[in-house]
Ligand binder design. Structure first.
Ligand SMILES: NC(=O)C1=CN([C@@H]2O[C@H](COP(=O)(O)OP(=O)(O)OC[C@H]3O[C@@H](n4cnc5c(N)ncnc54)[C@H](OP(=O)(O)O)[C@@H]3O)[C@@H](O)[C@H]2O)C=CC1
Ligand SMILES: O=C(O)CCC(=O)C(=O)O
Ligand SMILES: [Mg+2]
Length: 419
């Protein structure tokens, strides 16, 4: 594979995808990484050090990650030239090497790209945003029983108002669209047509089905009790309401779910254990209060793009904040892991922030490779440092008697607590 700026490591091999979408992982897989803007310089070196230690401790040199830096965001503009925020070869490398990880990316001011993160997801069709939310004992939380929060969010990653199809108030495009809506479709509900910006919310049956299919399959593979479709379908009937209907339809058609008491909730038997898996739905605003009042009622969550964005930060707060919440963007073949927080510019380069979100994304990456022993060590290290009350500022300020560590020192504490 020849690239213009990307240096392919001399030792290391590509991960290969099989026709059934399983992956063949060599002992030295080449893993592309994007350092990330803002606090990317702080957390990404910690990620590499912690994952390398975990792999070395687990496999004694028999396995090793061959890291390969690829570029997006501000660093890409330095390497490739002004205004090159997302080089084509970065996308090629993510596709070619199958499994990758990224730090947060800033949204360029001006220019054609609205969000680099959204662009990466769209251009690689990484249609699942997977964000597990679980509690680590000892982490400060606003809840009395934070351990009751244990959910896995499947956020649709390619559609919805989040896709960025919108035009500014006063632009020719907004005027054309508003004229069309009024003249051709008889729309009378735009309150201030002359000064409205306007956005489009596409939600498709195909997009919904592929997302809900993954969520239900995850519930089966991981022995979870329920899948909840979260939507605002009472108001947005043909987008969010349709998401709910198509979700239920898929559960019935592909998983043999049967209606409970006339529906719409339904259930089916786990194919091997025979245990019931319930597919249900809840309206998004009610859900946001339920996750605080009755978190135990929810397990796997399937939702639309914007709801998923809000829900993932809200749930992260329940278990310690976005410094602790990991994530992955997935297609059927490509997996790109990422922290769920942003670039936190005020902390950039200060060696202060919590690297756990990226470390736990790295833990998900190791598990995705099938390197479960190394993944378990990362969890053990994070649990150990939190239990010892050696934590970064975000947790320390909410804990009694904790020792505040820098970002890099926390990484070292995690390593010290492994194994
Ligand atoms: N996936 C991605 O790459 C994402 C990128 N972004 C982008 O990031 C930029 C900044 O967004 P912003 O809204 O400020 O959100 P951020 O997530 O960057 O930061 C908001 C606040 O969250 C806390 N926080 C974030 N990361 C950590 C961490 N690792 N450890 C501890 N605390 C943390 C800090 O809170 P406190 O000040 O209380 O300590 C911080 O001020 C924007 O350009 C946005 O578009 C946003 C989200 C995701
Ligand atoms: O891309 C962005 O700027 C924001 C993305 C985001 O908030 C998220 O993915 O959770
Ligand atoms: Mg977000």
């Amino acid at each position: 594979m020849a690239y213009e700026q990307i240096q392919v490591p001399a030792t290391g091999e590509q991960i290969r995808v099989n026709p059934d979408h399983s992956i063949d992982v060599p002992d030295q897989p080449i893993i592309p990484y994007i350092e990330g803007d803002g606090i990317g310089v702080d957390i990404t070196p910690v990620l590499k050090k912690v994952l390398d230690s975990a792999v070395s401790k687990a496999y004694g040199g028999q396995r090793q990650i061959a890291w390969m830096e690829i570029y997006a965001g501000e660093k890409a503009t330095k390497v490739y030239g002004a205004d090159v925020w997302l080089p084509d070869e970065t996308l090629d490398a993510v596709r070619d090497y199958v499994v990758s990880i990224k730090g947060p990316l800033t949204t360029p001011v001006g220019g054609g790209i609205r969000s680099l993160n959204v662009a990466l997801r769209q251009r690689l069709d990484l249609y699942v945003c997977l964000r597990p939310v679980r509690y680590f004992q000892g982490t400060p939380s606003p809840l009395k029983r934070p351990e009751d929060t244990d959910m896995v969010i499947f956020r649709e990653n390619s559609e919805d108002i989040y896709a960025g199809i919108e035009w500014a108030a006063g632009s020719d495009e907004a005027k054309t669209l508003i004229d069309f809506l009024q003249d051709k479709l008889g729309v009378t509900k735009i309150r201030f047509p002359a000064s409205s910006g306007i956005g489009i919310k596409p939600v498709s049956r195909d997009g919904t089905r592929r997302l809900v299919r993954k969520a239900i399959q995850y519930a089966i593979d991981n022995q979870r009790d329920s899948v909840t479709l979260v939507h605002k379908g009472n108001i947005m009937k043909f987008t969010e309401g349709a998401f709910k209907d198509w979700g239920y339809e898929l559960a019935r058609e592909e998983f043999g779910a049967e209606l409970i008491d006339g529906g719409p909730w339904c259930r089916f038997k786990h194919p091997t254990t025979g245990k019931d898996i319930v597919v249900k739905d809840v309206i998004a605003d009610a859900f946001l209060q339920q996750i605080l009042l009755r978190p135990k009622d929810y397990d796997v969550i399937a939702t639309l793009n914007l709801n998923g964005d809000y829900i993932s930060d809200a749930l992260a707060a329940q278990v310690g904040g976005i410094g602790m919440a990991p994530g992955a963007n997935l297609s059927d073949t490509v997996a790109m892991f990422e922290a769920t927080h942003g670039t936190a510019p005020k902390y950039a380069g200060k060696d202060q922030v919590n690297p756990s979100s990226l470390l736990l994304s790295g833990e998900m990456l190791l598990r995705h490779l099938g390197w479960t022993e190394a993944a378990d060590l990362v969890i053990q290290g994070i649990e150990g440092s939190i239990a010892a009350k050696t934590v970064t500022y975000d947790l320390e300020r909410l804990m009694e008697g904790a020792t505040k560590l820098s970002c890099s020192a926390f990484g070292d504490a995690v390593i010290a607590k492994m194994g």
